[in-house]
Design a protein around this ligand. Structure first.
Ligand code: SIN
Length: 323
């Protein structure tokens, strides 16, 4: 019989106050479908508490049949915290500074103009190259292929917990450099690469963070952005990174979500990594989603040391920015 999750009691109490809401787990460690809410309406305080408790325990929560307009999407996300500007490198949807367009060919964001951007990040947590990466993201599906185009998430707290105590102890004191840069050999347009160069974003984060709300230790690896481990010889660092990337996305820590128009995925960006689908490029179907991100704090490591900014600005609330 597995031990109850330490956050389970909090979720049970929240559910007690919202009997019309159901939280249906989708795998052993990560992902729950929430039913019984209409996200077009403002949520009651106890409903917000249930969604928040489900998010903290299950790391990503899903909703179906929520035909939200852009404004309703933004209003829903704002009930959980301040929102950032769409994306620090690629900008935002015209007229909606909080919204980032994720389309198959990613053309609809303002900084990048009409430059075609083929996603290259592989497994990642959102914008961990920033000093204060987003706390959470809310992704809404609008145009969804009939098959293909699924997204996967992995639980990085479960990944840390599954490591041996000696390796946990070693990683607890290490830090890594996260940089917003495509991997070597990535094919991208000159305009796309220019947008990346113009918005240099580099930070040093602990390899193991302490989640600011749950207190869980998190294996803070974001494979698309984490480029090197500080203090190790290059070969040691490369081999360790290869191991950690492979370990962090072992199938038992993951969940896979099949989108429908009107689906929403809301994930805790401090405790997960995710991967956008690449199979859509083998299909003719279009795919269009929109994302908002919640302002996050500067991460703090298991050794008590906070992350350090190396290049670029912190991710501020959208209402404080010029647009
Ligand atoms: C993202 O990386 O935030 C988007 C994931 C997706 O396109 O499925």
């Amino acid at each position: 019989m597995p031990l109850p999750h330490p956050l389970q009691r909090q979720l049970e109490q929240a559910l007690h106050a919202t009997p019309h809401v159901q939280v249906l787990p989708q795998s052993a460690h990560i992902g729950a479908l929430i039913t019984g809410l209409d996200l077009r309406q403002p949520l009651r305080a106890e409903e917000i508490a249930t969604v928040r408790a489900a998010l903290l325990q299950w790391k990503v929560v899903f909703f179906r049949d929520q035909p939200l307009e852009h404004g309703q999407h933004i209003a829903f996300a704002r009930q959980f915290g301040e929102l950032t500007l769409g994306h620090p490198v690629f900008g935002h949807v015209e007229g909606h500074p909080e919204l980032y367009s994720i389309a198959k060919h990613r053309k609809a964001n303002r900084h990048a103009g009409q430059a075609e951007q083929r996603p290259w990040t592989g497994w990642h947590a959102d914008v961990t190259a920033a000093h204060n990466p987003p706390a959470a993201s809310v992704l809404r599906g609008v145009t969804i292929p009939p098959y293909g185009g699924d997204t996967q998430w992995t639980n990085l707290a479960a990944a840390y917990a599954a490591l041996s105590a000696p390796l946990q102890g070693f990683l607890d004191g290490l830090r890594g450099e996260h940089r917003f840069a495509p991997p070597a050999g990535t094919q991208a347009t000159a305009e796309y690469l220019q947008a990346v160069r113009q918005h240099e974003l580099v930070s040093e984060h602990p390899l193991v963070t302490v989640h600011p709300e749950t207190g869980e230790k998190v294996l803070y690896v974001s494979p698309g952005f984490l480029k090197r481990i500080l203090g190790l010889h290059p070969r040691e660092g490369r081999v360790l990174l290869e191991f950690l990337w492979e370990h962090a996305v072992r199938s038992e820590f993951t969940v896979r979500f099949k989108w429908e128009p009107g689906s929403i995925a809301f994930w805790d960006n401090r405790a997960t990594a995710h991967v956008a689908p690449s199979d859509i490029f083998a299909l003719d179907f279009d795919r269009q989603l929109y994302r908002t991100t919640l302002v996050g704090q500067v991460p703090v490591g298991a050794d008590g040391r906070a992350s350090t900014a190396i290049a670029g600005d912190p991710m501020l609330a959208a209402h404080g920015a010029a647009y």
